[in-house]
Design a protein around this ligand. Structure first.
Ligand code: 5GP
Ligand code: ZN
Length: 112
């Protein structure tokens, strides 16, 4: 846990969030400023600032996070598919420095 990390506080229940899934390793909640009808954030319970901090010991965790995505998408009614985004570093548009996967869908998404 990183003391001044907002997402660590959400994991700890110190900051409220609209959680849709949690298990021993992962927490999933709705983005506070959704960019699509469905916009979830999939985060590890442990504090990792970004993809830059991943080590081989995190392979099981990241594999679990990725395999969770289609399951979450189906539960949210995204039968036509979904988009995932991971912003890394300031240059990648990352604002919250606790690793997270954006899961988006259910609205027209801009092609880029
Ligand atoms: P980033 O730009 O770091 O990839 O994305 C951070 C995301 O976190 C943004 O989409 C933003 O709307 C979301 N966010 C920021 N603060 C909060 C919060 O307090 N609660 C929730 N649920 N989402 C947040
Ligand atoms: Zn954190």
């Amino acid at each position: 846990m990183s003391d001044d990390c907002l997402f660590c506080k959400i994991v700890a229940g110190e900051v409220p969030a609209d959680k849709v899934y949690e298990d021993e390793q992962v927490v999933v909640f709705k983005d506070i400023n959704p960019k699509a009808r469905v916009h979830l954030l999939v985060i590890p319970r442990i504090h990792l600032a970004s993809l830059e901090e991943l080590e081989p010991e995190h392979d099981e965790l990241t594999g679990q996070m990725i395999r969770l995505l289609p399951k979450l998408a189906r539960e949210q009614g995204l039968e036509q598919g979904f988009r995932t985004v991971i912003n890394t570093g300031k240059g990648g548009g990352q604002i919250i420095f606790h690793l997270h996967i954006h899961l988006l869908g259910g609205s027209e998404l801009r092609v880029f």
